[in-house]
Design a protein around this ligand. Structure first.
Ligand code: MN3
Length: 240
């Protein structure tokens, strides 16, 4: 087990370096932070069969790592901005200089969106209980209705993007889709959970069958963790 962990860590480091290389950064220009890639909170195969281990590994170790590296690179001369937690950075995009605003929007959004994404998976699907279940019934007419609308929004998102369920301080839920790495965090909102509909999230296993991916994704959602996020939203402590 320990050997496997070391191997995984070594592989992650190598892939992160490759991602930086792809961003056309010289080795000496690689920023050390301040934003960092959070570890996957479970083994790469924890979401099988809905999401295969190879997709999880590439998605986390290469795609997410690249967003982090590119965000750090964009902000390397902007210490005051890069001192902000990523959710606050995204909420203050209008204060980011024009020259780096698009890079911060795309890569900061990518960092926040993927950090959220790993956290809401690793479960066994099913249905939520308690206040979250009541909110879903109140705002969507029930879990099945939410899942139908969510999958439709994900399928209807042309090109790359995300589907989110947002939550406000009163616990009110809403469904939105956004292109690219745009996030409700840049619109003063909070994300309860969301699914990544970029092809890199599903193409190895599902190819062009995004609808099948959207359906299977519900089987590995962790409603316990989402319920904690729901409570945090209502107490004002939910970040990414
Ligand atoms: Mn992605």
């Amino acid at each position: 087990m320990m050997q496997r962990r070391i191997l995984l860590a070594a592989t992650s480091a190598g892939l992160a370096t490759s991602a930086v290389g792809l961003a056309n950064l010289g080795a000496n220009a690689q920023p050390a932070g301040p934003y960092t890639l959070p570890p996957l909170p479970y083994a790469p195969d924890a979401n099988e069969p809905s999401i295969d281990a190879l997709t999880m590994t590439i998605h986390h170790d290469r795609h997410h790592a690249a967003y982090v590296a590119n965000l750090n690179a964009a902000l390397k001369d902007h210490g005051q901005l890069s001192a902000l937690p990523v959710d606050q950075l995204l909420a203050r995009l209008n204060e980011v200089p024009d020259t780096i605003r698009t890079a911060v929007r795309n890569n900061g959004g990518g960092h926040a969106n993927h950090s959220m994404f790993w956290l809401v998976m690793g479960g066994k699907g099913g249905a939520p209980t308690g206040p979250l279940a009541e909110a879903i019934t109140r705002d969507f007419g029930g879990l099945t209705a939410l899942q139908t609308a969510f999958n439709r929004a994900g399928l209807g998102q042309f090109g790359s993007g995300w589907v989110f369920v947002t939550v406000d301080r009163a616990g009110k839920l809403a469904l939105i889709a956004r292109p690219n790495q745009d996030t409700p965090l840049s619109e003063g909102g909070r994300v309860l959970f969301g699914n990544d509909v970029w092809e890199h999230a599903y193409y190895l296993k599902y190819q062009n069958r995004r609808a099948d991916y959207l359906t299977a994704w519900w089987n590995i959602v962790d409603w316990t963790k989402i319920a904690v996020r729901y409570d945090e939203a209502r107490t004002g402590t939910l970040t990414i």
